[in-house]
Structure formats: C-alpha cells, structure tokens
Design a protein around this ligand. Sequence first.
Ligand SMILES: Cc1ncc(COP(=O)(O)OP(=O)(O)O)c(N)n1
Ligand SMILES: Cc1ncsc1CCOP(=O)(O)O
Ligand SMILES: [Mg+2]
Length: 287
Amino acid sequence: MYLTEALKAGADVVVGHGHGPVCHFYDDAVIRSYGYKVIRSSGSEVIRSSGSEVIRSSGYKVIRSNRKTVKPNNLKTLKSKLQFITHFTDRYSYLDSAMMALEGGCRWIQLRMKDADEAEIERTARQILPECRRRGAVFIIDDHVELVKRVGADGVHLGKNDMPVDEARRILGDEFIIGGTANTFEDIQRLAAQGADYIGCGPFRFTTTKKNLAPMLGIEGYENIVSLMKTHGINLPIVAIGGITYDDIPQVMATGVTGIALSGSVLRADNPVEEMRKIAIQLRVKN
Ligand SMILES: Cc1ncc(COP(=O)(O)OP(=O)(O)O)c(N)n1
Ligand SMILES: Cc1ncsc1CCOP(=O)(O)O
Ligand SMILES: [Mg+2]
C-alpha cells in the first residue's frame, strides 16, 4: 500500500485535506504546495518533488525533498511586508494553509490554532517549522510562549489577554521575535515600552477569522496611528490585520504601515497559492 509506505517515509510527507500525513482525497493545489509534482502516467500516479529519496509502491512514488535549511534573519523579518495567519476551512487544514502560503511566496507564517489543545498545536508546529526553514521563512506561534521555546520557532504573537510582552521577553530573551496586538495608539505606546519587536494593529475591517473583535480602524484609523507614532517618536514595524484582501493593499500600505497580515481572503480564493503569489508580488516580497 502506498499509504503505509508514505507514512513510513516520515511525518514530513503530508498530502491532502486530512490532518494525518497522507490523505487520498487531495487536490493538486495542495499537493504542489507540499513541494510534490503529480505526474499521471499509464494508469499510475507519481507524486514527486525535486529531492532525492524515492519510495515506490503500487505505482506511486514519493520523493522526499532535499532542500537546504535556512534560519531566517529576524531583523529582516521585521521589515517584512507580509505575514500569513494559519486557519482551517472545509477544504484545508491548518497545515495545508501554511504550506499554500509558503508555496505562494509568503515568508512569514504565524501558526494560530485557537480551538486546538497544546499537543495538537505542537504537532502542527513541528510539521510547519522545517518547511519554513527550507524556504528561509520566519515561523512564529500565536499565544504559546513556552511552546515557541520548546519547538525552536522564531517568535510569538501576544494579545491583550495573553502573557505580557515584557514577561515573554524575560523567558525568550532577545533572539526571539515578540509581536503584540494593538487596537489603539495607547496600546502601541504600552507595547513599545514593554519591548515588542512589531505590532499587529487592527482590525482593518470586520472578519470572521477572529472572535470578539475590537472596533474597526479603517484607513483613517491607520493614518491617525501612524501620524501619532511619528509625533511621539515611536519607530516600530506596524502590521495591519483584519479582513484585508488583495484589493485593499495599495490603500492600506499608503497609510504608512510596514506591512499586512492576512488569512481568510487567501483561503477563500479559488486558488489560494495563486492568490498569495499575487499578493506577494504586489508587496514585492523577496524569496
Ligand atoms: C499579526 C497579528 N496581529 C494581531 C493578532 C491578534 O492577536 P490576539 O489579540 O492575541 O488575538 P488571537 O489571535 O490570539 O485571537 C495576531 N494573532 N496576529
Ligand atoms: C488574528 C486576527 N486579529 C485581528 S483580525 C485577525 C484575523 C486575521 O485574519 P483575516 O485576514 O482572515 O481577517
Ligand atoms: Mg492571542
């Protein structure tokens, strides 16, 4: 059985919508995002990447990727303009969402799994981390400071109901990225004083991706915040978040924010990989 063989090949061989490593009911967009090519020949199907190791069974080949590992430069990240927030849909798992974002050229992934227990988050984090490393992408985790340290992620994102940024800094030190959520300029002042590396600022507009949303900022809200930051001499990267789509990007970036974070508009697209690619090109994200 190819399933058994593929499972043996390792947890990093992940195909399909399911939460397990291999699922029969895949679609090509998801498979490609995992670095595999689907080649159909004389009734059999071959799933392959550009790596070296070949496992062959019942007409299927799974070739493991051989790409090099790159630890990202955190300073560069903070100038990065595009962060993808993982989510699940009826078509895609959290892991699928991260893989498609990476395939589309995003180089900053935040693992956010609000309703999952820590063991499941850790399992998913350990699957996504090597994929980020292979592409030189930054990998941060929402909420879970200790988990970031345990799995060796690049950082954490913390909101108002999470561990305070200064406490997280004492645990993680200066090598890890710590992002904080702001809904107002006062939040930004507090986070700057606590030593946040960047601010996730929103929501831009209504979104179903997050419950208990703060009031929407809109374009005017970002303009005010950016101008107040200038007058108060606060120089921190600001990532706009909340319901942002491809079409919003020029206007949002024109407010002077550093970048954007998004999720739903990519996952709702007919082809999430291509949607992310369009967005990465528009923001001139370098790979
Ligand atoms: C980039 C970014 N900005 C804001 C948030 C929201 O964080 P938080 O307020 O803690 O809410 P949850 O995401 O934990 O529901 C974020 N995650 N990322
Ligand atoms: C995590 C988070 N915090 C504020 S809005 C939001 C959700 C972002 O996802 P989307 O782009 O789907 O609105
Ligand atoms: Mg949080």
